[in-house]
Design a protein around this ligand. Structure first.
Ligand code: DON
Length: 303
């Protein structure tokens, strides 16, 4: 029997000794001022028990981890029609790259790079006010976590709006190709607020239970979709670091530039880790190392 609390304490101990914690995202002051010494890790097992260490109760900006929840909503709303507007292939490029969009007629490679996530948000918006979409997204996340104390940080959203020139470029480029139905300002307003959701590792690990197929988790998405979202997390969830994450950890995961990662061990666990320092691909450096240790010691890799 795997002793999860002992493993988590050993991981906390190891990361505590790490000299290189990576670089905190510095493109907006709200993320640049986060203390890089934070580290949280939480694991929910199939039996519903939850084990946490470090700063697992401290809320952080989930950023691109929100793209998983937005995708689940979009698939629920549009079904497979979504795939006429966004692909399912890894991009091999940075999360905010515009390169492939020109050759590929404004259809982004996958729903987790910025261009793809903007299309997903645009598709769910479908003429509704951003406020309605954000209300629906928050209801989904709160229902998944079974916790109503999950909110959007308005300062983060405002800073993103002021500095999000690359996202505006992506949105306008796709609008030029007819792959954005709403005005870019509207879609991006919703997208920036979606990225500004704050959650703790405790909350995020609970919210991820619907993706692990836990028997008592809220049933928000069909088992077929759960499998497919996990497949996309494995192949595309870490941008141009997705192959490396699959190689080292062997589990589907979705990272955010706030330093959080949601990792799913299908049928076994939902895992959330947070360490604000990032590696060169914009994924949490110690977060990746921590889940690599966890997967090795538990034997949870899907391979
Ligand atoms: O759109 C952006 O650039 C950010 N709000 C989110 C990017 C992000 O989290 C990329 N993840 N590593």
């Amino acid at each position: 029997m795997t002793d999860i609390p002992t493993i988590l304490r050993a991981i906390l101990d190891t990361v505590g000794q790490s000299a290189d914690r990576g670089q905190v995202a510095d493109y907006i002051p709200e993320l640049a001022s986060v203390d890089p010494a934070h580290f949280g890790l939480s694991v929910v097992l199939a039996d519903g028990s939850q084990h946490s260490v470090g700063d697992a109760a401290v809320p952080f900006s989930i950023q691109s981890v929100s793209k998983v929840f937005a995708l689940a909503l979009a698939l629920g709303r549009l079904g497979d029609r979504l795939w006429t507007r966004v692909g399912r292939e890894p991009s091999g490029l940075a999360f905010n790259s515009i390169l492939q969009l020109e050759h590929e007629k404004g259809k982004p490679r996958n729903p987790f790079i910025n261009a793809g996530a903007i299309v997903v948000t645009d598709a769910v918006l479908a003429g509704h006010a951003p406020r309605e979409y954000l209300g629906e997204l928050l209801r989904f996340i709160r229902a998944a976590a079974e916790d109503d104390d999950i909110h959007i940080n308005e300062d983060v959203a405002r800073s993103e709006t002021e500095t999000g020139h690359r996202n505006f470029a992506l949105a306008h480029f796709m609008r030029g190709h007819g792959n954005l139905q709403n005005p870019p300002e509207l879609t991006l307003g919703a997208y920036f607020h979606q990225c500004a959701v704050e959650m703790s590792c405790d909350q995020l690990a609970r919210a991820g239970r619907f993706l692990m197929g836990a028997p008592d988790a809220p049933r928000l998405v069909s088992p077929d979709r759960v499998r497919r979202i996990n497949a996309l997390m494995m192949s595309c969830g870490h941008y141009d670091g997705s192959g490396e994450f699959a190689y080292r950890v062997g589990l589907p995961g979705k990272s955010g530039v706030g330093g959080g990662i949601l990792v799913i061990a299908p049928g076994r666990a939902s895992i959330a880790v947070w360490s604000p320092g990032l590696n060169l691909q914009g994924n949490s450096k110690l977060g990746t190392e921590a889940v690599e240790m966890l997967a090795r010691r538990t034997g949870w890799s899907v391979f």
